[in-house]
Design a protein around this ligand. Structure first.
Ligand code: 4AD
Ligand code: MG
Length: 418
């Protein structure tokens, strides 16, 4: 007998079907046994007679069940009346994750099992939708995917957060912090490009928003300037949200994420200059925001806000100066309500001499950046781009409190296992 998936139950109303999966929860009541059954695609309630289920049934027992599909008398839900319950394996010991509250460290130690919990299941499915939305968006917009290298000789985002690796006779290599510099080369060949892969930051920040390994999507566009860059970001975020709303209502409900709040997020997003934002916050306009100020600002809006033109001294060497105020750069962070930064982007310095001066100012090894400087030597053009942190986006859209649940196996400064 072919087995069916829980999500397709409705199509088999009143028919006898076979399902394969795990016992997620169970309770007995008189002669009846109510099983919550999960198969990877969803959950369903299966109702059995007590004598049909084995003695000593445990949570996470793997099994095959044959039964008849019926509709819940009151709800728009389908359930299974069990005819046959066949055990594949009864767990050798009690499943460590119960329905009671566990501390985060315990759950993270058991991440390999925790992934089975319905909330984690839902987060991973939303994550998958976001990844696909990013690919679909860029494909539809005529971008070409360029895979940037992970082993690199130079820093993209500052030298203080690099993971070094011994690289044969060539000395030290570093794990990539962002593929951006490579995309700037590719964009001169292909016009509009993006990458999507793991990046690494040896950041000593132990916050609810920082991982040491995360997935980043960088996009880069030739002939695009600061304003056009933000438009692409806005379009992409709206595209992602639309797809998540279309595909993940069940998951958002499990996560108790208010669907109306996401439905409200439509273009145009808000814009504010960094300087204005500092006035609003009573913060120092010549410095970067502190985490608290950033969140306060993000939370003062019901939609994402572009914060533009940060002071040059707090941003990376490659950003182009604002011609109207040389102390600032043509950049933007996109802040999401409830979370803060999800995207960082900028127009890039396209003048050889100015870029060289920045590299020298920041004491970066000039010879390692010669190839990057070359791009300003052979038909340089204005160009811009941005990077979206996948896990930040997952965290925001699912509403989970901590970024560690947004990636299958999180890497944090104090955690490398499992
Ligand atoms: O703002 P960032 O550092 O920008 C760049 O790396 C640029 N080179 C991107 C570009 O222009 N192509 O990082 C981009 C995004 C941030 O907005 C944030 O969402 C995410 O990456 N991010 C992190 N996510 C999780 N953990 C961390 N430690 C992160 N650091 C940055
Ligand atoms: Mg940033």
């Amino acid at each position: 007998m072919d087995y069916i998936l829980s999500k397709d139950l409705k199509a088999h109303l009143n028919k006898e079907v076979l399902l394969k999966g795990w016992v997620y929860n169970f309770r007995s009541s008189g002669k009846l046994f109510f099983l919550q059954f999960r198969d990877g695609y969803g959950t369903l309630q299966a109702i059995a007679n007590k004598d049909q289920v084995p003695e000593g049934l445990k949570l996470e027992t793997s099994c095959e069940i044959v039964g008849t599909v019926s509709k819940h008398p009151k709800k728009e839900e389908y359930e299974l009346h069990v005819k046959e319950f066949k055990v594949i394996q009864i767990p050798k010991q009690d499943y460590p994750i119960s329905k009671k509250d566990h501390g985060p460290e315990f759950l993270l130690d058991n991440r390999h099992l925790w992934l089975r919990s319905s909330k984690q299941w839902a987060v991973m499915r939303v994550r998958d939708t976001i990844i696909r939305a990013v690919y679909d968006f860029f494909h539809e917009q005529g971008f070409i995917k360029i895979d940037s290298p992970i082993l690199t000789p130079n820093a993209c985002e500052g030298t203080t957060t690099l993971f070094p690796v011994e690289y044969f006779d060539l000395g030290k290599a570093y794990l990539s912090q962002s593929g951006q510099l490579y995309l700037e080369a590719a964009v001169m060949s292909l016009g509009k490009v993006y990458d999507f892969g793991p990046v690494f930051r040896a950041e000593k920040s132990k916050t609810r928003k920082h991982l040491t390994e995360f997935w980043m999507m960088d996009a880069e566009m030739a002939f695009y300037e600061h304003k056009e860059n933000m438009k692409v970001q806005e379009d992409m975020v709206c595209y992602i949200i639309k797809k998540v709303l279309a595909e993940n209502k069940i998951e958002l409900n499990i996560l108790e994420r208010k669907i109306e709040d996401l439905e409200k997020i439509k273009a145009p997003f808000y814009h504010i200059d960094h300087k204005k934002a500092c006035e609003k916050l009573g913060a120092d306009p010549s410095d970067d925001f502190g985490a608290e100020d950033e969140l306060k600002l993000a939370n003062s809006y019901d939609k994402p806000v572009f914060v533009e033109k940060y002071p040059a001294k707090v941003k990376a060497f490659y950003m182009k100066r604002d011609p109207q105020d040389e102390s600032r750069v043509l950049c933007n962070d996109l802040l999401a309500p409830g979370l803060g930064e999800i995207i960082g982007g900028s127009q890039r310095e396209d003048d050889y001499d100015k870029l060289l001066a920045r590299i020298k100012e920041q004491n970066l090894p000039e010879k390692d950046f010669q190839w990057y400087l070359d791009l300003r030597q052979y038909g340089s053009v204005p160009h811009a781009g941005f990077g979206l942190g996948l896990e930040r986006c997952v965290q925001w859209l699912t509403g989970i409190a901590h970024i560690r649940e947004s990636i299958p196996f999180p890497r944090l400064i104090n955690r490398l296992k499992p």
